[in-house]
Design a protein around this ligand. Structure first.
Ligand SMILES: *[C@@H]1O[C@H](CO)[C@@H](O)[C@H](O)[C@H]1NC(C)=O
Ligand SMILES: *[C@@H]1O[C@H](CO)[C@@H](O)[C@H](O)[C@H]1NC(C)=O
Ligand SMILES: *[C@@H]1O[C@H](CO)[C@@H](O)[C@H](O)[C@H]1NC(C)=O
Length: 372
């Protein structure tokens, strides 16, 4: 905690220097805001102008804000059939260019955009004692992320503590025992890019009493394989119980517990790390078909004009079966080739997830800084 605060202060100090002549009101740290339920949210939780500009969208999301241009910035992580991701407002955007402005894209109506049908291409929902991890594969162009972008980390901190996206709020009903009772997830992170994602929520009150540790936000260059190890597989949809992972970046060497910190970007790409992040044991995995899970998005077409045939690998087939573009609200301008190339990205298998994330790490290292 102390080191987060320190690095955030240093980052804030340096960005303040650069723009010292611009009068700004300091934002309330996003991770210090607590809301008992979605009904308690103000229109914007970070209304004040900050160094990076004001909150892009809003937090009061309901049926009147439910559309494919929605700027809703409140998201839900409830279950394998009911979760949201952060993605850009405009097609063909990189995460690094838009990290402060991402909006919610959901599998069910929560007053936000719906993830287009066929965009999800395999999801593993892991329930661990100290966190829930939703990891999987996605045609990222359908949630407005530029083809080939290796993306980065989104979390409720950021250099001015207003979060990435600024004002992004996360709720879950997974811990309440009732589908209609929500708890705010103060600590969370999402890595998205390279046609993959890993979304973690770390509730307060969990047994390990360390939400900021399990949802650590200072290893942003190391991707899913280090921050959120998992066995997601292409075209496989499953819910599993999971053991807790080791705290991200914490390892034992010669009997000493060491907390790894990532080097500054000025030292170049990270080519090795002194520990191996292992996927924790999982059990009781229950498989699903995507058609059964994602009924609310079955007729939602994406910005991409993904031909049904090209989205059809073998396997469960559940993604492709319903991937026909429907008419209606297609908004975007993606070419078929952009969408098509994403289908060549990754073979099935947990190993592939790790390997391609190495590529992701390198890609992220070359891209603009992701501010922890
Ligand atoms: C729905 O959200 C809009 C915009 O955030 C807000 O102005 C409106 O009052 C909300 N409506 C209801 C019924 O809560
Ligand atoms: C609660 O949500 C889960 C996951 O979406 C669903 O399977 C279950 O039927 C819901 N329960 C009720 C009572 O609606
Ligand atoms: C996306 O943007 C890049 C560069 O900004 C451009 O070269 C490319 O043609 C765009 N792709 C699409 C599908 O619009």
């Amino acid at each position: 905690m102390a080191s987060y605060a320190l690095s955030a202060l240093l980052a804030l100090a340096s960005s303040t220097l650069v723009t010292a002549q611009v009068p700004t009101i300091e934002p309330t740290p996003l991770a210090s805001l607590n809301f008992a339920s979605p009904a308690d949210l103000p229109y914007q939780v970070e209304p004040n102008p900050v160094v990076r500009g004001s909150q892009f969208g809003f937090n009061q999301c309901n049926s009147t804000t439910q559309n494919q241009q929605s700027l809703c910035q409140t998201m839900y992580v409830n279950s394998i059939d009911d979760f949201c991701l952060w993605g850009p407002d405009k097609p063909n955007s990189t995460i690094s260019d838009t990290e402060g402005e991402e909006v919610a894209w959901c599998t069910k109506p929560h007053g936000a955009r719906l993830i287009p049908n066929g965009a999800l291409q395999g999801v593993q929902f892991l329930k661990a004692p100290d966190y829930i991890l939703v990891a999987g594969f996605i045609d990222q162009t359908q949630v407005n992320i530029q083809d080939g972008d290796f993306g980065g980390e989104l979390d409720p901190h950021g250099q001015d503590l207003a979060g990435n996206p600024m004002g992004g709020i996360v709720f879950s009903n997974a811990y309440s025992g009732s589908n209609t009772t929500y708890q705010q997830m103060v600590e969370w992170n999402l890595f998205i890019g390279g046609n993959q994602f890993c979304l973690k929520i770390c509730p307060t009150g969990a047994p390990g009493n360390n939400p900021a540790g399990y949802c650590r936000n200072t290893l942003d260059r190391l991707g899913c394989s280090v921050n959120s190890p998992n066995n997601a597989q292409k075209d496989v949809y499953e819910v599993c119980d999971s053991a807790d992972m080791d705290l991200p970046g914490v390892y034992v060497s010669n009997g000493q517990t060491i907390t790894y910190t990532q080097p500054p970007e000025s030292l170049g790409a990270i080519t090795s790390i002194p520990f191996t992040a292992t996927v924790p044991a999982s059990s009781n995995c229950t498989p699903f078909s995507s058609a059964a899970l994602y009924t609310d998005i079955a007729s939602v077409s994406g910005a991409s004009t993904t031909p049904a045939a090209s989205a059809t690998p073998s396997g469960s087939g559940s993604v492709s079966g319903s991937a026909k573009p429907t008419s209606g609200s297609a908004t975007g301008s993606h070419s078929a080739s952009a969408a098509g190339s994403s289908s060549t990205s990754t073979p099935n298998g947990a190993g592939a997830f790790g390997v391609s994330l190495v590529a992701g790490v390198i890609g992220v290292a070359f891209s603009v800084a992701f501010l922890a």
